[in-house]
Design a protein around this ligand. Structure first.
Ligand code: XMP
Length: 389
């Protein structure tokens, strides 16, 4: 329930349907006009029967019909892409390793084949072995011919040196990415010509959430075509923009993407930068990567991975005292974040088994040099967020 605002007086002809102790008008409507309003969020999982409210509205009041079939959607979408993109036109797309851009890439690949140029930038903020897995999937398994890998680890780390502010980190990462991406696009234009479109894996919630979140990835999108010459401004194509995440996943599977990639937990665009609190450097990232790999390994072994929305490690930039053998240690801490959620709008911390947590903590402290303390995050969203920065 949103308590920031209150309805004081209803328009003529409207009735109150529900109230709470603090909110005298929590749901209201007018049967004749078929207009209804609620002050709470029927769409979030914490609202019991929220889906029934939505179902009643969509099917009984608005009289919509269930005509949406994913199978038709793929064929239709491939046809649409073929119609929009001219026979000589080429498309560039930034692959992030995440589900959305991967599915957008495969869909476009089905439609236009090697006229799709995928660019994968290693920003040095990826999870362990991610760059190897992404290349293997697209180049070897899916036979993408025009897959371009760019190793820009040093450039990103150099620009992030000493930066602590999360929004500043996002801004730097976003701009560096665009710069590299566009430089590559210019190079590809010289070599292949007719680079006309920029494809993005934007999905429906990205568009809905644009105003509701502060994620700079969204802001960055509006700055696209930043360094491209005027005669090369790219047109945007977003084949997944009407879909929800679960639909994107189903389409990905139908298009032959490996389940492992499709069911991967979401990962923020700015990567480990927003999970490495404070200034970033190679050593800290390496500790974080190792700890995160251990966490994921153990969560998978315990068959918990698919039950969680996200599970990851956060590097905490302060030192505390510990003891190892006969020695006193003074090293960094890290936090484990594991949450259950349907849509990331709300989330509850996962009540992981103590034994599992103990195993993870022991392994991290034993195997990751530089970390001597692991804490478990027991905050829900709201009021906390899933990520730390
Ligand atoms: P929060 O932290 O706001 O995260 O509860 C909600 C979901 O969004 C992901 N997230 C991001 N994704 N760029 C992204 O592409 C970002 O800057 C970013 N920040 C958070 C987060 O992982 C979670 O699934």
């Amino acid at each position: 329930m949103s308590h920031g605002d209150q309805i004081i007086k209803l328009p003529d002809g409207f009735e109150v349907y529900a109230k709470t102790e603090n909110c005298p008008i929590a749901a209201y409507g007018n049967e004749e006009y078929k207009l209804y309003g609620v002050q709470f969020h029927p769409e979030v999982t914490n609202t019991p029967k929220g889906n029934i409210i939505l179902e009643n509205f969509v099917f009984k009041i608005a009289k919509c019909k269930k005509e949406w079939k994913l199978k038709d959607w793929i064929t239709q979408s491939i046809n649409d892409i073929k119609k929009i993109i001219g026979a000589e036109d080429k498309v560039v797309l930034g692959l992030s390793g995440g589900v959305d851009s991967a599915v957008a890439a495969v869909l476009l690949h089905e439609a236009i084949g090697e006229r799709l140029h995928s660019i994968f930038v290693n920003n040095g903020l990826l999870r362990k072995n991610e760059e190897i897995q992404v290349q293997k999937t697209f180049k070897e398994n899916l036979k993408f011919k025009n897959f371009h890998y760019i190793d820009a680890k040093d450039l990103f780390l150099e620009r992030l040196k000493g930066v602590e502010d999360p929004e500043e980190k996002r801004r730097i990462i976003g701009y560096a990415f665009i710069e590299i991406f566009e430089k590559k696009t210019i190079e590809l234009e010289r070599k292949f010509s007719n680079m006309k479109y920029l494809a993005q894996g934007t999905i429906y919630p990205d568009r809905v959430e644009t105003s509701a979140t502060s994620h700079a990835s969204v802001k960055i999108k509006s700055h696209h075509n930043l360094t491209l010459p005027d005669n090369m401004k790219l047109k945007l194509i977003e084949p997944l923009k009407e879909l929800y995440k679960d639909e994107v996943r189903k389409i990905g599977i139908k298009l032959g993407l490996p389940k492992k990639l499709i069911n991967r937990h979401p990962f923020p665009g700015p990567g480990l930068a927003v999970r490495c609190i404070g200034p970033i450097n190679k050593e800290r990232l390496e500790m974080l990567r190792k700890a995160d790999q251990i966490l994921i390994e153990e969560i998978k072994n315990a068959n918990m991975y698919d039950k969680l929305w996200q599970a990851f490690v956060v590097f905490l930039p302060f030192k505390t005292v510990g003891v190892m053998g006969d020695y006193r240690t003074y090293e960094y801490a890290c936090a484990i974040r594991a949450v259950e959620s349907q849509d990331a709008m709300t989330a509850t911390f996962a009540k992981l088994d103590w034994k599992l947590l103990e195993k993870i903590s022991t392994r991290i402290i034993n195997e990751v040099k530089g970390i001597n303390r692991v804490v478990y995050d027991i905050s829900n969203k709201p009021p906390s967020t899933i990520e730390y920065e």
